[in-house]
Ligand binder design. Structure first.
Ligand code: AMP
Length: 497
C-alpha cells in the first residue's frame, strides 16, 4: 500500500486524466484481450409478424444509451441473410449511416451500445460480433454484456485448433465457441459454450433464421424478457428498453437459461442448462449504473436509491440546512434522505447533459474548467448553508474532491458527505469498469483519512448490512465492497488491468 502522501499525489494527477484503470494498459499489448463488453447495453427483438423491427430496435437502443456512448451496432436477419452495421458514436449517429433501411428490416434484430474509455476505440472490437461461412456470408451474430474470466485460455485453446480471431475481445470467444459447435444445433452449441465459459455474460444473438439469448449461471449482468404480442419477443439489458418499444415485461431471463426460437416449435423456447442457479445480480447496477425507471429481478432501481437515502439518514443523522444529490443517481437518495430527516431537498447541482465523455481539452486549466461546465451549483441556494451532499459512490475520490471544492467556492458553511454505497475496496472483473485496487481511494485510506483528504465536516458510507437490507437479500454480487465474488477471478483477469 502506498503511503498517504503518495496516494494524494496519485489522486491529484487523476484530476488530469479521468480514465478508469484497466484501459490505460489496453493499447500497449495487442495480445491482451480487451474487455470492451463492460457496462454495455444489449437489445434483441424477434417477430413473426410484420413488425417494424428496424425502427423499434432504434427505440430500444436509445433507451440503453446510458449503458454506453462510445459505439453502437446492430445485426439483422432478413430473408436468410444477416446484415451488420457498427460504428463509433451514439445510437442516432450509427442509424443515420444506414443508407438502405429496407435491408435492415427483418424478423430478428440485435443491437449493442458500447462503453469504453478514451484510447480504446478499436473498431474491430465494436459489437455485435459476427461469424461468416466459407462463402463469406454472415451466419451468426451476437452482442454481449459482461466479462469472461477464462477468455484468454479459451482463446489459446481455440487458436491451437486453428480458429482465427479478428478482434481482441472476450465476446469473440463466445462467438467462436458457438460457431465451432453449431453442428450440435443452436441450443446444443450455446450449451456447449456455456459449459466452457466462466464469468459474467448476458448475450443476445441471431443466426440466419433463429433468435436467441442466454445468461450466465449467476445472473450477474441483467437481462429481461418482454413480449409485444404472442409472436414478438424482446430481450434487453433493462426493462426501460421494453417500455420504449411498447413491450410488456414478462420476466428476467434466469441464470443459466437459454431462450431461443426453433424451426420445429412455434414461440420462444426456454432451456435451463443448469437448474436452480443462485441469482447474484450486480448490486452496483442498482446503485449507479441502471436507469431509475428500470426494474431488475423484480426490484425497481429508483426505489432502491430512495431507500438508500432514507437508510443513511437513520445510520448517520446530522443537523443541516439543506440536502443535495449529485446528479443523476445521487438525487433519489437525497430525496429519500430529505423525506425522513425533514431537511429540505434542493436541486442545487445543475448538470450539463450535452457534454459527452469524448469532450477532451488540451490543458490542465481547461480541464479544471470542465468541472464547472459539467456540474455547476446555484450559489444563492447554498451560500452560508450547512449542506448534506449525497453521491451514489466514491471510487477514486476524484468527483467528491471536485464537488467539495465547488461547494467551498460557493461559500457553504459545513459539508456533510454521504455515499449511499459502502466503501469500494476491490476491483470488478465482472463487467463494471472499476479501477484496480491501487486507484480505489477507500482501499487505501480509512474513512477518517478520506474525510480529511476531502476536507469535509463529516463523511459516512452506507453499511453493507443496510445495503443488503435495502436489496432484500445477500444474493447479489457485492464483490467491489467485500472482495468476495460469486465466481473465481480466473487466471487471465489481471491481463485486463
Ligand atoms: P470517482 O470520481 O472516481 O470517485 O467516481 C465516483 C463518481 O463517479 C460518482 O459520482 C459516481 O456516480 C460515478 N461512477 C461510479 N462508478 C462509475 C463507473 N464505473 N464509471 C463512471 N462513473 C462512475
Amino acid at each position: 500500500m502506498k503511503d498517504l502522501k503518495n496516494q494524494k499525489e496519485v489522486y491529484l494527477n487523476q484530476f488530469k486524466t479521468r480514465s478508469y484503470g484497466r484501459n490505460l494498459f489496453r493499447t500497449q499489448d495487442e495480445e491482451r484481450l480487451d474487455a470492451p463488453t463492460e457496462e454495455c447495453g444489449i437489445f434483441g427483438l424477434y417477430s413473426e409478424n410484420d413488425t417494424d423491427t428496424f425502427s423499434l430496435s432504434q427505440f430500444g437502443l436509445f433507451a440503453l444509451q446510458h449503458r454506453g456512448q462510445e459505439a453502437c451496432g446492430i445485426s439483422v436477419m432478413n430473408n436468410n441473410k444477416i446484415f451488420n452495421i457498427k460504428d463509433e458514436g451514439l445510437v442516432l449517429d450509427v442509424y443515420k449511416e444506414i443508407q438502405e433501411p429496407e435491408t435492415f428490416m427483418g424478423n430478428g434484430v440485435i443491437g449493442h451500445t458500447r462503453y469504453t474509455t478514451a484510447g480504446d476505440k478499436k473498431k474491430y472490437n465494436f459489437q455485435p460480433f459476427f461469424a461468416k461461412n466459407e462463402y463469406d456470408q454472415i451466419i451468426l451474430s451476437i452482442a454481449h454484456n459482461g466479462n469472461l474470466t477464462n477468455a484468454m485460455e479459451l482463446k489459446k485453446e481455440l487458436e491451437e485448433e486453428g480458429v482465427v480471431f479478428k478482434a481482441t475481445s472476450d465476446s469473440e470467444v463466445i462467438l467462436r465457441l458457438i460457431q465451432k459447435n453449431l453442428d450440435l444445433g443452436l441450443r446444443g452449441a450455446i450449451k456447449a459454450t456455456m459449459d466452457k465459459i466462466e464469468g459474467a455474460y448476458s448475450v443476445v444473438g441471431i443466426t440466419r433464421n433463429k433468435f436467441f439469448a442466454f445468461r450466465d449461471f449467476h445472473g450477474i449482468r441483467p437481462l429481461v424478457l418482454g413480449a409485444m404480442d404472442e409472436k414478438s419477443y424482446v430481450v434487453a439489458s433493462e426493462s426501460a428498453a421494453l417500455d420504449a418499444v411498447g413491450a410488456q415485461y414478462v420476466r428476467d431471463i434466469l441464470p443459466g437459461e437459454i431462450v431461443y426460437t426453433s424451426e420445429n416449435e412455434k414461440g420462444l423456447q426456454s432451456f435451463l442448462v443448469k437448474e436452480n442457479c443462485e441469482r447474484n445480480i450486480c448490486s452496483f447496477e442498482y446503485i449507479y449504473f441502471a436507469r431509475p425507471d428500470s426494474t431488475m429481478e423484480g426490484i425497481n432501481v429508483h426505489e432502491i436509491r430512495e431507500k438508500s437515502g432514507e437508510k443513511i439518514w437513520y445510520q448517520a443523522p446530522v443537523d443541516a440546512d439543506i440536502v443535495i444529490g449529485v446528479p443523476d443517481s445521487g438525487v433519489p437518495a437525497a430525496i429519500g434522505f430529505s423525506k425522513v430527516s425533514g431537511i429540505p431537498f434542493r436541486p442545487v447541482l445543475i448538470k450539463n447533459r450535452y457534454i459527452g465523455r469524448s469532450f477532451i481539452v488540451p490543458t490542465q486549466e481547461m480541464r479544471e474548467r470542465i468541472v464547472n461546465l459539467k456540474l455547476n451549483p446555484i450559489i444563492s441556494e447554498i451560500k452560508d448553508k450547512r449542506v448534506v451532499i449525497i453521491d451514489d459512490s466514491i471510487v477514486r475520490g476524484t468527483t467528491s474532491k471536485r464537488l467539495v471544492k465547488i461547494l467551498k467556492d460557493a461559500g457553504v458553511k459545513e459539508i456533510h458527505f454521504r455515499s449511499v454505497s459502502p466503501p469500494i475496496i476491490a476491483p470488478c472483473f465482472l463487467g463494471i469498469d472499476t479501477p484496480s485496487k491501487d486507484d480505489l481511494i477507500s482501499a487505501n485510506m480509512s474513512v477518517e483519512e478520506l474525510r480529511k483528504y476531502l476536507g469535509v465536516d463529516s463523511l459516512e458510507f452506507l453499511t453493507m448490512e443496510n445495503l443488503t437490507e435495502i436489496l432484500g437479500s445477500d444474493k447479489h454480487c457485492f464483490g467491489c465492497f467485500t472482495e468476495k465474488y460469486p465466481v473465481e477471478k480466473g487466471e487471465n483477469v489481471d491481463l485486463f488491468r
